[in-house]
Write a protein that binds this ligand. Structure first.
Ligand code: SAM
Ligand code: SF4
Length: 342
């Protein structure tokens, strides 16, 4: 961190977070755990080493970080992980962040396995939207892709979120060649029938996963679009939910079909977000290692958030221009997606 800066921030100051390339940061993703009840093949290796619990930020520290970002002009927070709903007492954090003044969009990404239990409480806590990951509608494939999961539990979670009245629920699907690429249209139809949106995600090379060949499994957004156009009429839109998806609208349906395409359509120019890992490392880019250790700042200043806000402002200078993903060559980033906060 640059010690010579004189840029002091006082409580209540409304500041803009702007990086060196003029991009304003309005969106932070907080990973509340790197642990998960599933082991998706593209996300984790089978024998993951998780961060010792003592090194995770406490729920109170996570709240302090969220509040500091909102005081600095961020208006969107997404809670993610690992699987956020597996963290003990996580509802406390949802309640405390959900009541922050200035937070317009409070969202969650989950695999859905625990939504049947938590959907109502999440709504009561102020969660505005939920993304649920679902890559296949076939039980056996679900088990193979997640290594441990049961499709029925995620489907029950989706039903619970719908029954609770969440609007604009979005399904996230990572499409892998020869594993689920033939289900693209079925997944869209599943969403259309339920009035949900869907985003297709290109797999990113985060973490070494020996038993899964990423280059071989690559299935581009452009190919997905071509496949879908065989069955549906898709109309391009300029709509955005503040994230990296490019959206199309389905004819005669409310459903939006999004594409998150880090390989084929780099989204770095309009990047408005940063991520906090569960140990409190602020990552300035999903695909690069530029980061700042906020846990050290939090623990050195337990009663004063001014140094925390200062550190966040300084971290903006570390945000790189963009990622540089390449599925075919080494080195890949050693950090897995569950440790990154997807
Ligand atoms: N456990 C929750 C879930 O699965 O929704 C939240 C965390 S998960 C890391 C967030 C999103 O990242 C999921 O939609 C998942 O499919 C996606 N993801 C995980 N690993 C990925 C990878 N290597 N490339 C692209 N997307 C990935
Ligand atoms: Fe868990 Fe989500 Fe990663 Fe799957 S994608 S292993 S559900 S963190």
């Amino acid at each position: 961190m640059d010690q010579n800066t004189t840029d002091k921030v006082r409580p209540g100051d409304k500041r803009k977070l702007v990086d060196r390339f003029g991009r304003e940061i309005k969106y932070v993703r907080l990973s509340v755990t790197d642990r998960c009840d599933l082991r998706c093949v593209y996300c984790m290796s089978e024998d993951m080493q998780f961060v010792p619990r003592s090194q995770l930020l406490t729920l109170e520290e996570l709240h302090r970080v969220g509040r500091a970002f909102v005081e600095l002009g961020v208006n969107k927070i997404r809670i993610t992980g690992g699987e956020p709903l597996t963290r003990n007492n996580i509802l406390h954090l949802f309640h405390s962040l959900g009541s922050l003044d200035g937070l317009d969009d409070f969202t969650l990404t989950t695999n859905g396995t625990l939504l049947a239990r938590y959907a109502r409480d999440l709504k009561a806590a102020g969660v505005s939207r939920i993304n649920i990951s679902l890559d296949t509608l076939q039980p056996e494939r679900f088990r193979n892709i997640t290594r441990t999961g049961t499709l029925q539990r995620t489907l029950q979670g989706i039903d619970a979120a719908l029954e609770t009245g969440f609007q604009r629920i979005k399904i996230n699907s990572v499409i892998l060649k020869h594993r689920n690429h033939d289900e693209i249209a079925d997944l869209v139809e599943f969403c259309v029938r339920r009035g949900m949106d869907i985003s297709f995600i290109e797999e990113m090379p985060l973490g070494v996963i020996s038993e899964h060949d990423r280059a071989e499994a690559y299935y581009s957004s452009d190919q997905i679009l071509v496949d879908l156009q065989q069955r549906f009429t898709l109309l391009p839109t300029t709509e955005s939910t503040g994230g990296p998806s490019r959206y199309y609208r389905m004819e005669e349906s409310e459903t939006r079909v999004g594409f998150i395409s880090p390989h084929s359509h780099n989204f770095c120019d309009s990047c408005n977000r940063v991520r906090l890992t569960a140990e409190g490392r602020l990552l300035l880019c999903l695909g690069q290692e530029h980061s700042m250790d906020l846990r050290r700042v939090l623990r050195a200043n337990p009663l004063d958030d001014a140094p925390l806000r200062q550190a966040i402002i300084q971290a903006m200078d570390l945000k790189p221009k963009g990622h540089d993903f390449d599925l075919t060559s080494q080195p890949v980033l050693f950090r897995h997606m569950n440790a990154t906060g997807g």
